[in-house]
Design a protein around this ligand. Structure first.
Ligand code: HSE
Length: 317
């Protein structure tokens, strides 16, 4: 089997989680032949042929030669680029330019970065299609817990609408508030657990969930852009409301897309999804409603999504 070389861009929580997971699981059949050949991180530098102890070395203060990321992509002989830089909901940079450079240089792309998939989906998919390449992005919605990808299991079924709890940070905060914890202490816990975005206002004010609604809209061809989605976060939710089944709900179908706190009926499955758990309800024409529930954020939970995308690329090639 030929070796598939991977270039990792961004070596923070998700990048390191992916590195560790591929080290631990790389001998399993879906991944055999794949190896991380290089890592580029704007703070850490350009690491070629990273050794098994590279994370410990970095934690110990080791730094590598600085390298412009787009230049590194152009010079790289990697087959697959994994884009794990920070999210930017304004213009999706720099992740977007990294992904375009990867595609223009003949590399398949895996990302867990919501910015480019929410904001620049059409352009990225067109660039990939032109070259017979793939852009995989499972980790952008509900980490590795099945979400939009479930629909591959029901060929022919039309997805008519989606509701869901898709932000782990706010669902965690609401659950802790329901137990009596103050909002700020609960947010601090969510940050310590690695659920929150670098800028947690994206979680609190609903923009992270709105990006997921935009991604689902892109996948199912409904055409809502992030700026057209009605968004309200959880800042005004009281502890009483949190205890009474109020959740930050994503709703999207062909006609509308919204993110807003909503009090759910006791009979609603989504009301009972607590903590960092996410859940999606997918309405279909042939099967009625189907559900998937599982972790929606976290280091290994998101790294697993990139592993799933990697397995698909390796097995399709
Ligand atoms: N900040 C996000 C969340 C991470 O809390 O759900 C996963 O997208």
């Amino acid at each position: 089997m030929s070796v598939k070389k991977i270039m990792v861009i961004g070596f923070g929580t998700v990048g390191q989680g992916f590195f560790e997971m591929l080290r631990a699981k790389g001998k399993l059949s879906p991944f055999s032949g794949a190896k991380i050949a290089e890592i580029v991180d704007m703070k850490i530098g350009h690491i070629r042929e990273p050794g098994p102890n590279v994370i410990d070395e970095i934690k110990g203060g080791k730094r590598f030669q600085q390298k412009d990321v787009v230049e590194a992509i152009k010079e790289s002989d990697a087959d697959i680029v994994c884009e794990f830089t920070w999210v930017n909901f304004k213009d999706a940079e720099p992740a977007h330019k990294h992904m375009i450079a990867a595609l223009q240089n003949g590399k398949d792309v895996i990302t867990t970065n919501k910015g480019p998939i929410a904001l620049r989906y059409g352009e990225l998919m067109a660039e990939a299609a032109k070259r017979g390449l793939q852009v995989k992005f499972k980790g952008t919605v509900m980490a590795s817990t099945p979400s939009f990808n479930i629909t591959r299991l029901i060929p022919g079924a039309e997805v008519t609408g989606i509701r869901g709890i898709m932000n782990g940070t706010t669902n965690y905060i609401l659950a802790r508030m329901a137990e009596g914890m103050a909002f700020s202490a609960a947010l601090k816990e969510a940050q310590e657990k690695g659920y929150a975005e670098a800028d947690p206002t994206n979680d609190i004010d609903g923009y992270d969930a709105a990006a997921k609604a935009a991604i689902l809209s892109n996948v199912f061809g409904w055409g809502h852009t992030m700026s057209s989605i009605s968004v309200k976060g959880i800042r005004d939710v009281t502890p009483e409301e949190a205890a009474n089944g109020t959740k930050l709900l994503v709703k999207v179908d062909a006609k509308q897309a919204s993110v807003s706190p909503e009090k759910l009926q006791d009979s609603d499955i989504l009301r009972h999804v607590n903590g960092v758990m996410n859940a999606i309800e997918i309405s279909t024409d042939t099967l009625g409603k189907i559900y998937s529930l599982g972790p929606g954020a976290g280091k290994s939970e998101t790294a697993q999504a990139a592993m799933s995308d990697l397995a698909e690329i390796l097995n399709e090639n």
